[in-house]
Design a protein around this ligand. Structure first.
Ligand code: ZN
Length: 502
């Protein structure tokens, strides 16, 4: 769309889309990719309610002739361009899009998790209109440098040129494929998919994750059997490990929500845009808080300081619900975190119990997601398989967990799986971190599936000190966002731009 919001030059949203389409159309002609007709549609009035797209797709004579749509968007002025939405029944589309991981500049970022999450959000783009009519296509957007979104700062100078190249290259390569393809991707079955480091796209039919779960179950059974041979691993230790995971996720949710209070401006007008400016600070603050909780879990401090943790988390829960209004999810998470903190003997004190218990919890959550939201299940199911593979190798060659060679497999899994998950953590934060920063805790929990066996199960003074340092840093950075991005100055700058543009 060529319109933008009232007081923004709109270099990113959505002049980037217009520029990328013009250049792609030029390149397609130069490549002589002209086997099919290409319709270039520049819509107007997207920002006030998708009006241009609505009129074209509901009334224009060309609309019924369209086989495939590529839509370009931006929320912010930088970062990688993610393919975050498809038509319904996207299997054939994903098979056609996946090879772009090699042909597009910088590869591609995409996952069925994003398209699942986006479908449940109230926002729409021009693509919403044809999508609801059953059209096939892809929707690509970049969401980094959020401070530029709909502000005076969205200028060509501030725009991340890499984002323009990334979205443009994907547009060109996908259009090129569609122009040459024997057949346009029809509606098919939905698939579960995600890229791995931008250069490979793994995609499965939705039922495929059941096979992954069955393989994981078999690997888990083997590991439990081997671990029992060398340690006194019993159901109690495994349950404690699973409760550790529940504690970690719920404590992350409530702690990060508490830290969010530090960044929320007092004025209500323009609050969303001030929060967008503070988003990088909020992300750093939440990430440090999640790290601190991981160290509290692994250092033994979770058992040692259970009262401090329990009452502290309970106090944060009360505070969050008082200040931000009553939120049942956060009351639940906070209560769970506080009760599990205070419960004597709930904390895991064995390496195998802690590891297997947390993997079993992730496995159970993966099954729940696979039943309720199979497009989103991969975020649990795939890391579980990787953790179980590492676990089987360890259980087979050195089940005592005290030799270096036994820890090699989880160390490699930590590097590969951890890096993959952190990429998704960033994307999830850019998507929902503004309202639920503790979502990073779920990503942190999944990283722990690999890291857990690498830390010996004994009280570690230094890890506890690190946890305190990270916690203090997360508070300082969360509060620092107020100084770095003062809300009064932001509000006044917005007002000044508005006046000058009038
Ligand atoms: Zn837009």
């Amino acid at each position: 769309h060529y319109d933008t919001s009232v007081h923004s030059p709109g270099a990113a949203d959505d002049s980037t889309g217009i520029a990328a389409i013009l250049e792609a159309a030029r390149a397609l002609q130069a490549r002589k990719d002209t086997q099919r007709d290409l319709i270039v549609l520049f819509t107007d009035a997207e920002e006030i309610g998708l009006e241009g797209a609505r009129i074209f797709f509901e009334e224009h004579a060309l609309a019924p002739t369209i086989g495939f749509i590529i839509n370009l968007e931006a929320r912010g002025g930088g970062g990688r361009a993610t393919m975050f939405e498809t038509g319904r029944g996207d299997g054939p589309t994903i098979k056609a899009f996946a090879p772009l991981a090699w042909s597009a500049d910088g590869g591609i970022d995409t996952t069925s998790l994003a398209s699942f999450m986006y479908e449940r959000m109230p926002n729409g783009t021009d693509f919403t209109i044809p999508r609801n009519q059953g059209a096939q296509g892809i929707n690509i957007a970049f969401v980094g440098r959020a401070r530029q979104y709909h502000t005076a700062e969205s200028t060509p100078e501030n725009l991340d040129q890499g984002s323009l190249q990334h979205i443009g290259s994907q547009t060109l390569e996908m259009a090129s494929r569609m122009m040459q393809a024997q057949a346009i991707p029809p509606k098919g079955d939905n698939r579960a998919y995600a890229d791995v480091f931008g250069r490979i796209v793994i995609h499965l039919p939705l039922w495929g994750n059941w096979i992954v779960l069955v393989l994981s179950a078999a690997g888990l059974a083997f590991s439990v059997w081997r671990a029992r041979a060398v340690t006194r691993l019993g159901p109690k230790q495994i349950l404690q490990g699973a409760l550790d995971g529940v504690w970690f996720i719920s404590a992350s949710l409530i702690l990060c929500q508490g830290l969010r209070l530090l960044a929320v401006p007092v004025e209500t007008s323009g609050q969303y845009y001030i929060l967008l400016r503070r988003l990088p600070w909020m992300e750093a603050s939440a990430a440090l808080a999640v790290l601190a909780l991981a160290f509290i879990l692994m250092s033994g401090a979770r058992a040692q300081y259970r009262r401090l943790l329990g009452y502290g988390l309970a106090a944060i829960t009360v505070l969050v619900n008082l200040v931000d209004g009553v939120q049942p999810v956060l009351i639940g998470a906070g209560t769970l975190a506080a009760v599990l903190s205070l419960w004597p003997g709930a904390a895991s004190r064995t390496q195998w119990g802690g590891w297997i218990g947390s993997v079993i919890l992730a496995f159970a959550l993966g099954i729940a997601l696979q039943i309720m939201a199979p497009q989103a299940a991969l975020i649990f199911v795939w890391p579980v398989l990787l953790a179980v593979i590492a676990m089987c190798v360890t259980a087979a060659i050195s089940p005592s967990l005290s030799e270096m060679r036994g820890l090699l497999a989880p160390a490699i899994a930590t590097i590969i799986g951890g890096a993959w998950l952190m990429g998704y953590g960033h994307l999830v934060f850019l998507g929902i971190g503004i309202s639920l920063p503790g979502a990073l805790g779920i990503i942190g929990f999944l990283v722990l599936l690999f890291v857990r066996p690498l830390v010996p199960a004994r009280d570690d003074y230094w890890l506890t000190i690190l946890a305190v340092v990270f916690l203090l840093a997360s508070v300082a950075i969360g509060a620092g966002s107020r100084l770095a991005e003062p809300s009064k100055a932001t509000a006044m700058a917005e007002k000044a731009t508005r006046l000058s543009l009038q």
